[in-house]
Design a protein around this ligand. Structure first.
Ligand code: SF4
Length: 720
């Protein structure tokens, strides 16, 4: 029995559920993680990542000294450098001076459009607020984005258009107050395991009925009353057909539609053609299932909708999310406990990074950069002269990558993200990374993207710094320093401030108090002065448990569910939709639809989980293929196969499983040696600019075992 030196309460660094953790520390090492039974989010429950995934903090490959590349990189000839002899250890002063010199030199030569930054959904609100401020205030660019663009951008745009707010409307735990809830585009049991526990309890203990709409046989189907197994990319016909049934059978809430919405008449006409028969022909979902789902959802006293990346990650992802919003507007299942529109956020702080302004079209708090009053407000708050801030909308992550080169982006600063794993069509991304003139990587490890960098700035892990994360249901929670920083690593917020001071000096501004914060609590105080929803969030108020935004002032108790009386835009607005197929449909040459996503044991580009013991639990990528397809191709479970699209090829083992339906294959996104995004297509949603990760055409063929990255690896068997 070990007696801890201290037990430090903090928040999980992985998914958007935001579970409370207790880090048990002995001799400055975490030896155990528990969670208090009275934790408001997770009631003492943790998934395998939160419980066991902390040892990346001590991994031997972690970089804890600033590094500069030994050989200068020419644009067009940049290469990956993982080995230590390709880097030179330097002091913080040398690394930051070098970074500031190069960034300012490029800015002076080519202007604001040459500069770009990827903020980070893993980092704290304070880290993100400061990094976007640095690039906006000093380099006058709005080329600021982060991976929300690659996950829920379609949901954000649709919710803003229809309601004027993009956050999850209700608290996840309210699912036990739902009579009916619909889960779509979400493998909740693997991606948000603790919310899945609450959903299972809603069914088992409270008698709620679950409707799952998903092309994969995800685990939650075992708890469902109805499963609608749609073809990937056919959400608009399925949900519009549900709306059609609700209107045709007059199951909609006439009083709510009249009082709280606009555009119903046009919308009603637009769904006339979306009959269940029409939807069945496109989606392969039985028309009777669509009718039953529509009646079940509409006739419930309280019904909620939960969705994840299977909805927005399409070239028509905004439409998909809009089709779901229509169901809530028709029935009035919003604005009350146990109802709502709930886009489940993937990463620990993707909600907070967005709130903090890590977006190209918005300052912190979703205030438009092209709104003159908003720009003036931030100029005053950041002590800038009138007109200093750029009013032009910035580039999104994928647009930044496509804009690299002469006349476009030349310098890129990446804090904690890994575009060489997360961008679609990675062969294209690689070409763009090679063309950069200067690349700054700020991270814990030299990952696939950091290996292209000119300078590496070693950041502390979440366990070595203070700050806040905002979870999927808008709860701002404390992150606490439990360990001394490893080596010379520094908290991201401090790296940004030290760099900003140097840049300010080189730009001819006198060093000011602009970047002098005593600690991250002062950064959140500043953010609260410019973001009304955070005005009442103070460290002293969230010591025990977090507060759900909006928190309008220091007496405000927070907001468990939104839209009780009204929507931020006034009335909820229907937007008539058309069905548009995925950009790349299967054909003779590429007969399968590929869909990609996450696994329980891993997380995003794998930078953290693949440096932890979680990697032993699930050490290599496998492509999930339906038994009928496998039999036809004479592919056996565990066999090496080659999966190819028009953009690339990967070799990995097959997992023959009913988890995926016939004609659809699934590849997880975490494994660099069989990177799913070598295959995906970089077609973008025209409004949200989110790529179509969830549908492209591929073919599968047997490969030789020797072609596997781990030919001698143990063949795993299915979990379920
Ligand atoms: Fe962490 Fe998410 Fe697991 Fe909770 S459910 S322990 S937040 S990874």
């Amino acid at each position: 029995m070990i007696t801890p030196d201290r037990i430090v309460p903090t928040t999980c660094p992985y998914c958007g559920v935001g579970c409370s953790l207790e880090l048990h520390i002995k001799n400055d090492y975490i030896y155990k993680v528990t969670s208090p039974f009275d934790a408001i989010v997770n009631r003492g429950n943790l998934c395998v990542k939160g419980r066991f995934g902390y040892d990346f903090v001590y991994h031997r490959e972690r970089v804890t000294t600033p590094l500069i590349r030994t050989k200068a990189q020419a644009p067009g000839a940049r290469t990956q450098a993982f080995e230590r002899d390709q880097w030179r250890e330097v002091s913080w002063d040398e690394a930051l001076d070098y970074t500031a010199d190069r960034l300012v030199e490029i800015y002076n030569r080519h202007g604001a459009d040459a500069m770009a930054v990827y903020c980070c959904a893993k980092a704290t609100n304070e880290d993100n607020y400061l990094l976007q401020k640095l690039y906006r205030a000093l380099f006058r660019t709005n080329n600021v984005d982060h991976c929300t663009r690659l996950c829920h951008a379609g949901s954000v745009v649709a919710l803003q258009m229809a309601l004027g707010s993009s956050a999850m409307s209700n608290t996840a735990a309210e699912v036990i107050h739902s009579d009916v809830f619909l889960v779509t585009g979400s493998n909740t049991a693997e991606t948000h395991p603790i919310i899945a526990l609450q959903m299972k309890a809603a069914v088992e203990k409270h008698g709620a009925k679950l409707i799952v709409v998903d092309p994969r046989r995800v685990e939650m189907i075992n708890w469902s009353a109805l499963w609608l197994p749609e073809k990937p990319g056919t959400d608009v016909p399925v949900f519009s057909a549900m709306a059609h049934v609700i209107i045709r059978e007059r199951l909609y809430n006439e009083e709510f539609v009249r009082r709280r919405t606009e555009g119903f008449e046009d919308f009603s006409k637009s769904v006339a053609k979306f009959t269940p028969e029409y939807a069945e022909a496109i989606s392969a979902v039985d028309r009777n299932l669509i009718v039953r789902a529509a009646r079940m959802y509409a006739m419930a006293k309280n019904a909620a909708i939960y969705w994840a990346l299977g909805i927005p990650e399409h070239s028509h992802g905004t439409d998909n999310a809009m089709a779901l919003i229509h169901l809530a507007l028709l029935t009035g299942h919003i604005g009350r406990r146990g109802t709502g529109l709930n886009p489940l956020r993937g990463q620990n702080n993707v909600q907070g990074a967005s709130d903090s302004g890590a977006m190209p079209w918005h300052y912190p708090g979703y205030q438009r950069v092209d709104d003159e009053a908003a720009a003036r407000k931030f100029e005053q708050a950041w002590n800038l002269e009138p007109g200093a801030l750029n009013r032009k909308l910035g580039l999104t992550t994928t647009e930044i990558m496509s804009a690299v080169g002469p006349g476009g982006v030349r310098a890129l600063h990446i804090m904690g993200e890994n575009p060489m794993m997360s961008e679609p069509n990675l062969n294209h991304t690689r070409q763009m990374m090679e063309r950069l003139e200067f690349l700054v990587a700020q991270d814990l490890f030299i990952n696939e993207s950091g290996a292209y960098a000119d300078v590496f700035l070693p950041a502390t892990s979440w366990a070595e710094k203070d700050g806040t994360f905002t979870n999927t249901d808008r709860r701002v929670q404390r992150v606490r320093k439990a360990l001394e920083p490893r080596g010379e690593s520094l908290p991201d917020w401090e790296i940004v401030c030290r760099l900003a001071e140097r840049i300010e000096e080189r730009l001819g501004r006198p060093r000011s108090a602009f970047w002098a914060y005593a600690g991250p609590s002062e950064v959140l105080e500043e953010m609260g002065r410019v973001v009304p929803e955070y005005a009442g969030v103070k460290y002293r108020r969230i010591e025990k448990q977090g507060l759900q935004t909006p928190v309008w002032d220091e007496d405000h108790p927070g907001t468990p569910h939104l839209f009780t009386e009204t929507f931020p835009r006034g009335k909820g607005k229907f937007h008539p939709l058309e069905y548009v197929a995925a950009v790349e449909m299967p054909d003779e040459e590429y007969p399968f639809i590929l869909t990609t996503g996450r696994l329980l044991e891993h997380w995003h580009g794998g930078t953290l989980t693949r440096h932890s013991k979680l990697d032993d639990l699930y050490p290599e990528a496998r492509v999930e293929i339906n038994p009928a397809d496998a039999a036809r191709l004479k592919i056996e479970d565990g066999q090496a196969v080659r999966v190819s699209s028009r953009r690339g090829t990967i070799v990995l083992r097959a997992w023959v499983t009913e988890r995926t339906t016939a004609g659809v294959v699934f590849v997880p996104m975490h494994f660099a040696e069989a990177a799913a995004n070598l295959l995906t297509i970089d077609a973008l949603d025209p409004l949200a600019k989110i790529p179509e990760y969830k549908a492209c055409a591929v073919r599968i063929a047997p490969a030789k075992k020797e072609e596997l990255a781990r030919p001698e690896g143990k063949v795993q068997r299915g979990r379920y």
